[in-house]
Design a binder for this molecule. Structure first.
Ligand SMILES: Cc1cc2nc3c(=O)[nH]c(=O)nc-3n(C[C@H](O)[C@H](O)[C@H](O)COP(=O)(O)O)c2cc1C
Length: 373
């Protein structure tokens, strides 16, 4: 009787029972989507999106780093209608914003990546980078909407498996391939706790079961990788090829040496190596090393239009969003993805206007003052 008591249930989970889910147009910033996402999804699904590796120092630092960058406005500079259009690898984009590859969208919404792609397409054709561990087949995601999409690969040791995956992604119409090279042996403490405390939810998709392969807890994701991999992959990829997970100038130069068409600065949203730097702190040294030879993409910690502007000022060619569109999808499906992206786009325009940037070309390092510790 006690277990069935609605009063007791409400006390155990007060957020779900007592809070009204706001309507989509009531949300003002991307950050407003996270509590709705939290309220609507099973706890371990929420946690899977939220957590970072180990003690989550780098996860926190990714956000903190934006506080260490001030914006320095040009007050009068005719920025009434900031121009945000750009082009990346031949794809025209209304804003320098993409959606980062993230896993398993069916756990967030029954329509999964198909809904994400509809939302990104509706948001002025924002390019979506489809994860290698998407819940739906790439053909289905490709056919779900008309906006541009890229494909992200987690390389396998067997080249034939990579070839098969890349052939399918390219046949489905991906316009670039991003190979994720970080997160080689990451451990998620929160995921391990969840495994012990709550059963995995089979209903809306569940997070992966954690099975350490060694007594030392090392999760052997992709420890076989080395830079020679790219010579092999280059032959399989007809579209631009990038490496994702770059956090040093040295590795950015290795990308160029190995013939890559772009560098994707990322620490996997604080999910790869704890006590690594925030990506914003390392962005300038990477941009200086690359010297404009290839585009530099950036993610990890971006939540506001002013964050996008700061990354552009420190030299990023475009900025990607990981958790933000996941919150939109989990909270409201495709319309949520669209809305959260439109909020980020509008905030970028607003931040450009407020700092006196009439166009993306006018954004440079003079726009920011950095005070990284
Ligand atoms: C829940 C989740 C799943 C992710 N899955 C992938 C993935 O499948 N492939 C990948 O390259 N990166 C993956 N990432 C990393 C994102 O591409 C991106 O680097 C990161 O989310 C950016 O940080 P942000 O969430 O603070 O924007 C994932 C991130 C999250 C939060």
């Amino acid at each position: 009787m006690l277990a069935a008591s609605p009063i007791l249930k409400a006390q155990l989970d007060p957020f779900r029972e007592h809070n009204r889910i706001p309507k989509l147009d009531e949300l003002i910033t991307a950050l407003d989507f996270e509590p709705v996402f939290h309220a609507k999804l099973p706890r371990q699904v929420y946690n899977y999106t939220a957590y970072g590796v180990d003690g989550e120092f780098t996860l926190r630092r990714n956000r903190q780093a934006f506080d260490w960058v001030d914006l320095v406005p040009n007050v009068i500079s005719h920025a009434a209608t900031p121009a945000t259009a750009t082009e990346l690898f031949g794809t025209k984009m209304a804003y320098p914003i993409l959606v980062s590859p993230t896993a398993a969208h069916v756990a967030l919404h029954p329509e999964g990546e198909a809904a994400t792609r509809q939302g990104t397409t509706a948001a002025s054709n924002t390019p979506m980078i489809v994860s290698n561990v998407a819940s739906l087949p790439i053909e289905k995601i490709g056919a779900a909407a008309t906006g541009p999409f890229w494909f992200q690969l987690y390389a396998k040791e067997d080249p034939e498996l990579n070839r098969e995956t890349l052939d399918r992604a390219q046949a489905a119409g991906c316009r670039a391939v991003v190979v994720t090279i970080d997160q080689q042996a990451s451990a998620y403490e929160r995921e391990m706790h969840d495994r012990n405390l709550t059963p995995a939810s089979g209903r809306r998709g569940s997070t992966r079961e954690v099975k350490p392969r060694t007594p030392y807890r090392i999760r052997d994701f992709r420890l076989f990788q080395d830079w020679k991999l790219f010579a092999e992959l280059r032959k399989m990829v007809k579209v631009p090829l990038l490496a994702k997970g770059i956090v040093t100038a040295e590795d950015a130069l290795l990308c160029l040496e190995h013939g890559l068409d772009g560098v994707y600065v990322s620490n996997h949203g604080g999910r790869s190596l704890d006590y690594g730097p925030s990506t914003l702190e390392v962005l300038p040294e990477i941009v200086d090393a690359v010297k404009g030879r290839v585009p530099v993409l950036f993610d990890s910690g971006v939540r506001r239009g002013s964050d996008v502007l700061k990354a552009l000022a420190l030299g990023a060619s475009a900025v990607c969003l990981g958790r933000v569109p996941r919150w939109g999808l989990g909270a409201y499906g495709a319309p949520g993805v669209q809305r959260v992206l439109e909020i980020m786009q509008a905030e970028l325009v607003q931040a450009m206007a407020a700092t006196g940037c009439p166009s993306l070309a006018a954004i440079d390092r003079s726009l920011v003052r950095t005070d990284f510790p």
